[in-house]
Design a protein around this ligand. Structure first.
Ligand code: PEP
Length: 257
């Protein structure tokens, strides 16, 4: 059975104090609404800025199914790479997940599928689960090229992994035109792409692996539209940006199954 996940991507928002206040509110939510007892039994991950990670991870200790994640990691194990953070450092802070290939990293920091493949590799080598983001920009969708774009992102970034390695990866489909725009993919558009992604996983690996792969939707998902998105058979939860910054909204999304 594939795991349902609701993940919050805080991006470069919130001071340490604000972040801790949010994580404590989410931890409180998870204590009063045990995640494994909720519909869908979702795992919840908070992808915080690096500087918040140690304290936020501490605030999740002992709470079932509540985890943290880094928003990025570097491609090398260690060394003279001023300003970078390694997967090993992330792992040593008790953090279990890392985002790889968010569209903002691809667009603003020039991260290619080839670089992202290295990030996936080093994350797995350090026992961190990569959440690999893929998705087309508006022009690509309008040109009817969205399936090809996503296929290439998956083939180059992930499909060289062994079956055992691939089983540790979560895929987040995030149409770039929906991220932070208030324009959400329709449930039909989301389901269509998620089913396509699952079919690619089946073709590359096998049916069992495809059925067990968690595929999240991201892009202006909020407390109002989460239920209809999550109701789709191939949508296993969401990667949430803006709406993950308020405990009340994020809590409502976690309860949306
Ligand atoms: C994101 O950045 O991953 C995201 C989905 O953002 P938003 O929910 O704000 O569109």
């Amino acid at each position: 059975m594939r795991k349902k996940i609701v993940a919050g991507n805080w991006k470069m928002n919130l001071t340490l104090e604000e972040g801790l206040s949010l994580s404590k509110a989410i931890a409180e939510f998870a204590k009063t609404n045990p995640l494994d007892k909720l519909n869908g039994s979702p795992k919840v991950i908070m992808f915080t800025p690096f500087i918040h990670l140690v304290s936020v991870t501490e605030s999740t200790k002992g709470i079932n199914q509540l985890e943290t994640g880094a928003q990025n990691c570097y491609i090398e194990e260690k060394g003279a790479f001023t300003g970078e953070i390694s997967a090993k450092m992330i792992q040593s802070a008790g953090v279990k997940n890392v985002l790889v290939g968010h569209s903002e990293r691809r667009a603003y920091f020039g991260e290619t599928n080839e670089v992202l493949a290295k990030k996936v590799e080093i994350a797995l080598a350090n026992n961190i689960n990569p959440m690999y983001c893929c998705g087309e920009v508006l022009d690509e969708r309008n040109a009817g090229n969205h399936f090809n774009v996503v296929k290439e992102q998956l083939e180059k970034g992930l499909f060289w992994l062994s079956e055992e390695e691939f089983a540790k990866v979560v895929i987040a489909y995030e149409p770039v035109w929906a991220i932070g725009t208030g324009v959400t993919a329709s449930p039909e558009q989301a389901q269509e792409m998620h089913a396509y992604i699952r079919s690619l996983v089946k073709d590359k690996y096998n049916e069992n692996i495809a059925e067990n792969t968690t595929i999240l939707y991201g892009g202006s998902c909020n407390a109002k539209n989460a239920s209809e998105l999550f109701a789709n058979p191939d949508v296993d939860g969401g990667l949430i940006g803006g709406a993950s910054l308020k405990a009340e909204d994020f809590g409502a999304i976690i309860q949306a199954y």
